[in-house]
Design a protein around this ligand. Sequence first.
Ligand code: FAD
Ligand code: SIN
Length: 536
Amino acid sequence: MSRTKTDILILGSGIAGLTFAIKMARQFPDRQVLVLTKTVEGETNTRYAQGGVAAVWNGEKDDFEKHVADTLDAGDGLCKEEIVRIVVEEGPERVREIIELGARFDKEKGSNEYDLAMEGGHSEHRILHYKDLTGWEMQRTLMEEAARYPNITVKEHYFALDLITQHHLGRMVIRVTPDIECFGCYALNKQNGEIDTILARATVLCTGGGGQVYKSTTNPVIATGDGVAMTYRAKGRVENMEFMQFHPTSLFNPAGDNPSFLVSEAVRGHGGILKSAEGEEFMQHYDPRLSLAPRDIVARAIDSEMKKRGTDCMYLDCRHLEKESFLAHFPTIYEKCKSIGIDPMKDMIPVVPACHYMCGGILVDEHGRSSIHRLYAAGECSSTGLHGANRLASNSLLEAMVFAHRVFLHIKDNLHAWEYKEEVPDWNAEGTTDPQEMVLITQSIKELKDTMSYYVGIVRSNVRLQRALDRLFLLYRETEDLYKTTTISPQLMELRNLITIAYLITRSAAHRKESRGLHFTTDYTGQLSFVEHSVL
Ligand code: FAD
Ligand code: SIN
């Protein structure tokens, strides 16, 4: 057990965490910036991003108004327009910054102009990308830059367990307590099993998404919604959790992969067409934008066709595309398909929707401030108001950079006023013993994923949601009993966090008596005339 003090504590080493860390360390060379990451620094959602980052780049064809309009349209009435404008207008400057740090984006053949790709819901070509490995390139750039600053420490294999607030000093804290403050976090050092107390002047959550709450997801196994669950336990505000985005085209692999491999939307932007096994197009029955309609529409169309036809997948036809260009743009996708016996130039690619992105999350304002003082959030774990009921493709990396910058600006001006809370006690592990049966945890995770996939998937209903809530309550009770008596392990904490995420998604979905964006229920197929955010 050790006690550490750091000026800035960042949970997460993806695009949001590292962008913020670099800005902070550069501005304050005498301040300590500590980044915790639960496995290794490079294992993040960011690293797997394929399609790219959306930004208005070609001023002759594109403009801010078009990007704003596309984002609002995808968000189905629930975006906060002032936030959309902030992200769209500040985005290009943030992209320029990462280019200056050394990030490479593909250029048009024989030209110095960026090769701007197209994705669903965009009215213009505006996606900067590096082959189909954009996230890997951005993660690499940020890791190399962060390593240059002696005042940034990245601790790998450190699992943040809980945020420290007045609750840990014995004060009663409830969700409406007005002055909840965050003093740092307790974290499990996975290498020695000890729980450290980390005190900070300011804490920034950059913990990414929670796709692992579903059986089939494109998210890596680290994506268990820890930051959102910790904030909710600390009595912070969380919103719009019913809007879990299913990506229409993950690679259907009967062997079952976790995570499911993504077949980027950029493949459809490049000319790939969705078809049935018989080679018939079907998107004309759902939306005039066909295969490039926004994600919620395409994912529901595929789900509906699969149910109607009783098939396990639908197909993406790329056979008509030029091989050289396909290989230049999508080398990783090509190789992955080949590895399971599919040649995209000769065979249609079998695809199926998979959980991909958490549009809701920790409620933050335009500076990235959560409802808890000295606690900020940026990236996928936050809910800024940009995405509304459905995220526009490739807006996520952009949002993470814009908000990492905004959090930096706000903390820069306020840091001097915040002191360490020395009286915080160390973690109390009395009365717990090593788990006798780890299988109880793995089995509960499996049950949880089944419950969410069967009852709270792409198509929902009141009966299904109630079933899910009943089953989640049972899992919650069993897991809390285990938690009180068992030594803390990452598996147990991830199970607890996933149950919280599942509960938040299901509660918010049950609360929304309409179909909107990613939330589709057979009980209310229309929309309310007014829109409201589901704040819990
Ligand atoms: P992440 O990059 O997920 O980082 C999370 C960090 O938090 C990790 O370091 C993790 O270890 C750490 N962490 C989590 N919990 C804890 C804990 N308890 N203790 C300590 N550390 C913790 N978006 C786009 O805009 N364009 C794309 O082309 C695109 N493609 C995608 C493709 C795939 C396959 C996936 C999965 C997502 C894609 N996205 C894309 C979404 C985008 O990649 C993510 O939303 C974004 O990278 C999230 O960044 P982040 O910094 O918020 O979190
Ligand atoms: C993709 O490449 O299809 C993913 C893009 C995104 O999630 O924004």
